[in-house]
Write a protein that binds this ligand. Structure first.
Ligand code: NDP
Length: 493
């Protein structure tokens, strides 16, 4: 694709910024230099926040009608579509994800932007005429203000699109800090937004390290709201940062989702779901079904088929259309995944497939790996591995399945496979997570909100609820006619 070099995007244009160095990105699949991003400084962040503040207080964006904002967002969606192949190439190269799956990221970004445009038209409040004699009350919905967005590396363009167009639709202005590993698509989409007619300063992007610019942004007194997606560890730091200035936040964090297969499921669909659940996006997926629970009566056969299918999967060049598992994000992460696998073996889980770093390639590849007979005491049961490693646990009764599924510090998503609607609904109600899907997996639509419970965070992303995160209610109570006195007139006046 050729080497790319990005400056900061502040006030509607690319600027050199005040940082002294740059961050070099090497393709995780080949080790080749592919991009440099500016290593941002706190001063860059100050300028970006100031630019967003001016755009919010004085610029046209929050003052435009919903229709006008929707037109800009729809043009942005069209421009993303027109640049689909370039954006796809950037995502595949920078993340190392298989191209076959990455297409869904760009198409998802287009869909989210279009949906957000439709919400710009529907931003509305409530009115009451039943408050009392002569009283009219309006509960209006306003943009929350200048919003700080921080995104991870696993779905750069897609997660950006779960936030930016929703914030813009509400009339907010934005400062985005993308991941230091995968900042390319954020700059590309910011430039496309300008081309679509977004006023200068409404969407700023500052690249750099989390510990410098990320921390500076989320402690900045000039922001009104933070929407963060990333690890639970960083998320709790971000919440501590925002609490300093009593800034509200939404944090979408990690997961350790259960994928529960009952004996009465459509087993072919469930096998595909088991593979999709853990190997999609190299397993670097917050909603991955990384803990597979299989009912004992079908377990031997079912697991044998999952293992056979996984053995046939292709690990390698993410640009190859046949590749199922690409490269992991960097060498540290590969080592972390390999460490979990070693830990699983030491803890006594039964390794039934893979287990090694995939050799003979320049990049950071790991074999598709499956453990059977995983127990709740083991780290591979409890911790988010974020790689192509499946942990299988067998269960007997529905109560066992629910207890095992809920035995986690996380609560992002869970999956159920059963043809019995009674089982589906009963189990779904008992699972503690923001998201439950039955007979499908890692599915969704822009209308459907994503949220977590427990260690998976709080706040909403996507859907009407995700849009409303970027808004603030104002209650206006108006008395018409004469108001009955509350304090009686005394002293004969
Ligand atoms: P991190 O939490 O490490 O990083 C996320 C973002 O936060 C990055 O942009 C990072 O910058 C930034 N950051 C780091 N430190 C700070 C700080 N002190 N203040 C502000 N920002 C900071 O997560 P990863 O990028 O490793 O992403 C993987 C994680 O994201 C997984 O746990 C996964 O489950 C979760 N995730 C959750 C999703 C959800 O919707 N719930 C969706 C996708 C992923 P830098 O890159 O420079 O360190």
């Amino acid at each position: 694709m050729g080497m790319r070099s990005y400056q900061q995007f502040i006030g509607g244009r690319f600027v050199a910024g005040w940082g002294t160095g740059s961050i070099e990105r090497r393709a995780p699949a080949s080790g080749e230099r592919i991009a440099t991003y500016a290593d941002g400084s706190p001063t860059d962040m100050d300028l970006a926040v100031e630019s967003a503040r001016i755009a919010f207080e004085e610029g046209p964006w929050p003052r435009m009608s919903g229709m006008e904002r929707a037109e800009v967002l729809n043009r942005l969606a069209e421009l993303i579509r027109a640049n689909r192949e370039r954006l796809l190439g950037i995502e595949v190269e920078e993340v190392g994800k298989p191209i076959r799956f990455a297409r869904g990221d760009i198409d998802g970004a287009i869909g989210l932007t279009r949906y957000a445009a439709s919400l710009a038209m529907q931003m509305a409040g409530l009115s009451y005429t039943n408050i009392g004699e002569g009283k009219t009350a309006l509960v209006t919905r306003e943009p929350v203000g200048v919003v700080a967005l921080v995104t991870p590396w696993n779905f750069p363009a897609l997660i950006l699109s779960q936030k930016v167009p929703f914030a813009l639709a509400a009339g907010c202005t934005v400062v985005l800090k993308p991941s230091e590993f995968t900042s390319g698509s954020a700059f590309e989409i910011a430039a496309l937004a300008s081309e679509a007619g977004l006023p200068a300063g409404a969407f700023n992007v500052v690249s750099g390290y989390g510990a410098t610019v990320g921390d500076h942004l989320t402690t900045h007194p000039g922001i009104d709201f933070v929407s963060f997606t990333g690890s639970t560890r960083t998320g709790s730091r971000v919440v501590a940062n925002t609490s300093r200035h009593l800034v509200k936040s939404s944090v979408e964090l990690g997961g350790k989702s259960a994928n529960i297969v009952f004996a009465d499921a459509d087993l072919d669909a469930a096998i595909d779901g088991a593979l999709m659940g853990v190997f999609f996006n190299n397993g670097e997926c917050c909603v991955s079904g990384s803990r597979l629970f299989v009912q004992s009566s079908i377990a031997d056969q079912f697991i044998a088929k999952v293992v056979a299918r996984a053995r046939a999967m292709k690990v390698g060049d993410p640009f190859d259309e046949d590749t199922d598992i690409g490269a992991l994000i960097d060498s540290n992460h590969l080592e972390k995944v390999a460490g979990f696998v070693r830990g699983g073996i030491e803890d006594g889980a039964e390794l039934v497939l893979g287990g090694n770093i995939a050799g003979g390639m320049a990049g950071h590849f790991h074999e598709a790996t499956i453990f059977d007979r995983v127990e709740p005491r083991m780290a591979i049961f409890r911790e988010e591995i974020f790689g192509p490693v499946l942990s299988i646990t067998r269960f007997d009764t529905t109560d066992d399945a629910v207890r095992l599924a809920n035995d986690t510090a996380y609560g992002l998503s869970n999956y159920i496979w059963s043809k019995n609607i009674d089982t589906v609904l009963t189990v779904a109600k008992r699972l503690r997570s923001g998201w439950v899907q039955a007979n499908t997996i890692i599915d969704g639509a822009p209308q459907l909100p994503l949220t977590g419970v427990k260690g998976s965070g709080f706040g909403y992303e996507m859907g009407q609820a995700g849009f409303e995160e970027f808004t603030q209610l104002k209650t206006l109570l108006i008395q018409t006619g004469s108001r009955a006195p509350v304090f009686p007139i005394r002293g004969g006046q």
